[in-house]
Structure formats: C-alpha cells, structure tokens
Design a protein around this ligand. Structure first.
Ligand code: ATP
Ligand code: FE2
Length: 344
C-alpha cells in the first residue's frame, strides 16, 4: 500500500508518498514567503495552484513504480485558510477519481501531534504544539489525548510573525527574529503572563509594539521577545509535566524549529530527568509527511474506512478544533530514518 498525502492548509503546499509502514518514499514542498507584510488568502491560493503541477511532476518522477501502487489519498480538510484548503480538496478528490482510490481526511493539528507521538514509546508525555495558528499543551496518557493548556489569545507563531511584520521583516517572521536575536545584547523588560497552564501573548504584543515605536534596537527586541515568550510557554509546559508526572516533553509545530526554544526546553527536561523529543526539522513546519502519517494511524490503529470521493464533503472546515479530550490509538512506532525521504 502506498499513501499519497497532500498538505494545503496554509502557506505550504506539500505532497508526499508513504508506504504502509510509515516509511517516507518522496516528499516535495513549496512554501509561500514574503519579503514584507503577511499572507493574503488569494495570494496563497494563486501560489498553490501555480506550484501544484511542478510538485506533482517531481513526486511522480521520484516515485517511479511506487506511483502505480498508490491505494489511498490523505488530505487535510481542517483547520486552515479556506482558500488554501480548497486547493488541497479539489486536487485530492480529482486524483482519487482519476486513480479510482479512496480518501482519508485528517485534521491538520492532529497530524502535527502524530508527527511527534509516533516517534516515542512514551505513554506519558506532554506535547507543546506551537505553530502559526495554535499554541497548545496536550497530555498523552494511556491512549488519551487531553488539552491541558493553551494561549488565551494570540498563538506564539502568529505573535512572532506579527512582530516581524512591524519590523518590516516579511513572512515567516519566526526565523527572521531568530537570526536577529543572535545579535541582541540587552534584555528589555516585557510583561510575563502565565495563568496556570494557560498563557496570554496579547498584552505582550502591545508592549513589544511600544518598544518598537520607542526606537529600541531591533536585535535587543528580538532577543527579549524570544526569552520571555519561550519562558512563559515552557513554564506552563513544566507545570503540566509536574502535575501529570510526564516522562517526555515533545515539541511540535513550526516554532519548534527555533534553536533557542529547543535549548531552553532541553534545560527544562534535563532538570526534571525527563526526555526531550523534537521530530526532524523537515517534519516540524507544515508538510505532507505528517498528513500521511495521521491517515495511516487513523486507518491502521483506529480502524477508519477510507472514503470514496463522493463521501468527502464539498466544503472545507477552516475552524475545526481537536476535541479537548479524545481517545488516540497508537499502534505504530517509527524511527527518525522512516521520515527521511528515500531512506531505510
Ligand atoms: P497551525 O499548525 O497552527 O495551523 P501553521 O500550519 O501555519 O499553523 P506551522 O507551519 O506549523 O504553522 O508553523 C509556522 C510558524 O512557525 C510561523 O509562525 C513561523 O514564523 C514559525 N517558525 C518557523 N520557523 C521558526 C523559527 N526558527 N523560530 C520561531 N518560529 C518559527
Ligand atoms: Fe501547521
């Protein structure tokens, strides 16, 4: 069995092929970036539609014979930006009709969680999912996933992107701020808002805006934003680990690409004698690999029956959330080599 997976919820269009063991055969992606300003939905759609034929061609060429063994198509139907989601929906339904194969719809956020959970055997972990639209803490215990904390307003990634935009740095802003922070020398004072296992970044964002308006050096601002914002989230994560006695901390989502964030999380887990798990870099930001993995888990571990194209709802769900508490069957454990295209 080969699964063709498509990710198209936001800025990135990605297509991957995986086999029935979760081994990644091929993955190709293209991310929309800007040099100034943020993302405009119609521009994302134009981007995805223009790169789609090239990505498909490259995947097909690299796949060789495996292309003919495709027997499932995985797609992310929720949540995301409507304009982007629709490109994925139309593409996958069209391909499913052409190839006469069924589809497995998956939730993009759950796919991010799966990209971490399949890489560990821990049965008692805390997950920090922090990306463009979400900042959430989950516990995974005994095949149950529970939301135990989250941002009360902005997500961390969105806040970093918004600050970068104020500084004229373009999208995605997180990596640009990370580069700038390396040149920072002085830690500027900023608000620190942690409420149990929830955090809030709205007032923090306003305070940063004031520092920018006051003309403080951009590098010092970037340094301070990272130190405070990451410390807040990790304080909440540590509280969750202590409360639930977790043995593993898993970082997932695009913000986990940040080396300072990873180092701070490493200090936290070392002090608790716990393990830190961060999936390989190419699986942290949006990608079709995690969409394929979640589809595989859904079918193999949850017994989900793939749907014929006519059973896929014609409209996408931009706002669907992961249930606050849900049963999460995990019957596969992968190693990092599985996730490297063409390896193993
Ligand atoms: P969601 O998964 O919540 O729907 P998304 O899919 O848009 O949101 P991801 O692709 O997982 O999010 O992550 C994108 C976010 O990661 C952006 O906000 C981006 O700025 C941030 N990011 C990427 N690299 C870094 C980095 N090196 N440091 C900090 N943030 C980063
Ligand atoms: Fe994402």
């Amino acid at each position: 069995m080969v699964i063709l997976a498509v990710e198209s919820t936001a800025h990135t269009l990605s297509i991957a092929l995986l086999d029935e063991t979760g081994r990644v055969l091929v993955e190709e992606r293209d991310q929309l970036t800007t040099s100034e300003g943020g993302l405009i939905p119609i521009k994302i759609q134009e981007h995805h539609l223009s790169v789609l034929p090239h990505l498909l061609k490259r995947v097909r060429e690299k796949a060789g014979r495996a292309w003919h063994d495709i027997s499932r198509i995985a797609l992310s139907t929720a949540p995301g930006i409507g304009h982007a989601l629709r490109v994925g929906l139309i593409t996958t339904v069209h391909l499913a009709n052409r190839l006469h194969i069924p589809l497995i719809p998956v939730h993009h956020g759950l796919a991010h969680l799966t990209s971490g959970l399949l890489l560990t055997e821990s049965r008692n972990a805390v997950l920090v999912y922090t990306s463009g639209a979400n900042t959430q803490l989950y516990t995974y215990y005994d095949d149950w996933l529970s939301l135990v904390g989250e941002t009360l307003d902005m997500s961390l990634g969105n806040m970093l992107d918004s600050i970068a935009r104020l500084l004229g740095l373009g999208f995605p802003g997180g990596p640009q701020l990370e580069r700038l922070a390396r040149e920072g020398k002085t830690l500027l004072e900023l608000p620190y808002t942690v409420k149990g296992m929830d955090i809030a970044y709205g007032g923090f964002y306003t305070a940063v805006k004031r520092l920018i308006e006051a003309g403080r050096p951009a590098a010092d601002i970037a340094l301070s934003v990272q130190e405070y914002a990451f410390a807040m989230l990790l304080e909440a994560a540590e509280r969750a680990m202590a409360l639930y006695d977790a043995d593993t901390l898993i970082l997932i989502g695009g913000v986990a690409l940040n080396e300072r964030f990873a180092r701070m999380a490493g200090m936290l887990t070392a002090s608790r004698n716990a393990r830190l798990l961060i999936p390989p870099r190419h699986v942290l930001g949006d990608n079709a690999i995690m969409i394929g993995l979640e589809a595989l888990r859904r079918e193999t571990c949850e017994g989900f029956t793939p749907l014929p194209p006519a059973r896929i709802p014609a409209e996408v769900q931009p706002y669907a959330r992961i249930p606050t508490r849900m049963h999460y069957a995990r019957c596969l454990t992968l190693n990092r080599e599985h996730l490297t295209p063409g390896k193993v």
